[in-house]
Design a protein around this ligand. Structure first.
Ligand SMILES: Cc1cc2nc3c(=O)[nH]c(=O)nc-3n(C[C@H](O)[C@H](O)[C@H](O)COP(=O)(O)O)c2cc1C
Length: 452
């Protein structure tokens, strides 16, 4: 039987950077920049990726395996590889029903999709698709009633985990968006409008979806629900004075896994664990918030030390290669995320594009593990690094995790060069693989097990 010819976009998008170039080709410049850009001088955005270059691998070819097992367990759920989709708002601007398309690809890849508070669809609409596993991301709002309402809606709609993002209490200085007029209400120049008109594929696909773009989760029956009104409402909501007590209060009401996203400091990681958090996402929001913040990878080893296996550690930011995942896991992460790579795939080919991003990274991870002599995810540790974390830290004065005090409860690089194998089988889901299901805590033992 003759195999289907590979579509042109797929041939061109042979790695994540090439997928990004394809996304640049198909998206209006303002939309591409909204996804691609970071805050201020984009120092942190660049560092998120370049930090991986200062970590080298030490392969041990003898003793590997003819086939690698890339699967792992996160909160009792078996996933096909240590890679999930973090929350990314306005995915529906890249592809019609973008959130559902992306969630479909992620779940078919045996991964997890986290819906953003700022999704175009409502959290209930995504739940109606039946796609699972699903997580939901929210904030601590000035109106604590709203914080708890969002959590209750997510619980009612069957979301498994709640991600609370703590680094967006003020909106970062996204200068590409200002330059492009990608603000609310939009202030596009004639040049931007002309550029948009050239992107005929996107315009045609999105012709019915564009008028309906809004922040679905903030819609109120009978109220004004247009993008501008809802955006202004949203910006006023996150609390710049949130405290650890607020995390503890959410912990008390949210029965599933609770994650904090935006943790860089080891003391905050320890505090998160002390407040009952089940997972920390080591993240600077993909360089979109505080420019000058440490890269996620640089922050990772100290966070992992502080957590000391008591919660899951997720590396969020800069993953573009399979080797990046090996390095992150060797430095203490249990899992990684792909924000922009998933969105670039979505922009290029909807569900198939996101699936392609997963395929690329799966193939690269398998190759990296094979060449390093690593048979499975659990065999990835510090000894795969040429310079293990302890040596990397030696020159930096750092508190030991035990000494970290806890209080108890207490968005242009302007380089605009306009530029697979069969999907791996979805890993078996349905519970822990062995007697020690997770190495970061007592999720099952706490009796908060959820229906996997
Ligand atoms: C277009 C876009 C929208 C995002 N929206 C959200 C959001 O609504 N909530 C959130 O916590 N993080 C959001 N993020 C940050 C991502 O969750 C993630 O931290 C970041 O993309 C990781 O970096 P990476 O793109 O290098 O993978 C967004 C990122 C992008 C690129």
């Amino acid at each position: 039987m003759a195999s289907e010819p590979m579509p042109r976009w797929k041939r061109r998008a042979y790695n994540i950077e090439a997928l990004r170039a394809e996304a640049r080709r198909v998206l209006p410049r303002a939309v591409f920049d909204f996804v691609d850009g970071g805050a201020g001088d984009e120092h942190t955005l660049r560092r998120n990726v370049s930090a991986f270059e200062s970590v080298d691998l030490y392969p041990r070819p003898i003793g590997g395996s003819a086939s690698r097992d890339l699967s792992t367990t996160l909160f009792g759920r078996r996933i096909s590889m240590p890679l999930i989709v973090p929350p990314t708002g306005l995915a529906g601007l890249l592809w019609p029903d973008g959130e559902a398309a992306s969630a479909r690809a992620a779940t078919k890849a045996g991964s997890i999709y986290c819906l953003s508070h700022g999704s175009v669809c409502t959290l209930e609409e995504l739940a109606e698709t039946g796609l699972s596993p699903r997580w939901f991301q929210t904030y601590i709002y000035t109106d604590r009633g709203l914080t708890h309402e969002m959590a209750a809606r997510a619980a009612d709609a069957g979301y498994e985990a709640l991600v609370v993002t703590i680094d967006t209490q003020m909106l970062g200085n996204r200068e590409r968006d200002i330059r492009n007029g990608f603000v609310i209400p939009p202030r596009f120049s004639a040049g931007e409008i002309a550029n948009m008109a050239l992107k005929t594929g996107w315009l045609f696909r999105m012709r019915n979806a564009i008028p309906k773009i809004t922040f679905g989760n903030y819609r109120r029956p009978g109220g004004a629900n247009d993008l501008t009104t809802l955006h202004h409402r949203m910006l006023a909501l996150p609390d710049q004075g949130m405290q650890w007590d607020d995390v503890a209060a959410l912990r008390a009401v949210w029965k599933g896994p609770l994650l904090l996203k935006g943790v860089l400091h080891p003391a905050d990681a320890a505090e998160a664990v002390a407040n009952g958090v089940d997972g920390v996402m080591v993240s600077n929001h993909g360089g979109r918030q505080l420019d000058g913040a440490a890269s996620a990878l640089d922050a990772l080893p100290r966070v992992a030390d502080a957590v000391a296996g008591r919660a899951a550690v997720l590396l969020d930011g800069g993953i573009r290669r399979g080797t990046h995942m090996v390095k992150a896991l060797a430095l203490g992460a249990d899992c990684c995320t792909i924000g922009r790579p998933q969105l670039w795939g979505l922009a290029v080919a909807g569900e198939a594009g996101v699936a392609h991003a997963f395929d690329i990274l799966r193939r690269e991870l398998d190759l990296a593990m094979g060449l390093c002599g690593l048979a499975d995810i659990d065999s990835i540790g510090p000894d795969v690094l040429a310079r293990p974390p302890a040596a990397r830290e030696a020159s930096a004065p750092a508190e030991t995790p035990a000494a970290i005090p806890t209080q108890g409860n207490g968005a242009d690089d302007d380089a605009r060069e306009d530029a697979a194998p069969e999907p791996a089988p979805v890993a078996e889901t349905g519970g822990p693989a062995g007697p020690e299901p997770t190495r970061y805590g007592d999720w099952e033992r706490k009796g908060r097990a959820i229906d996997f």
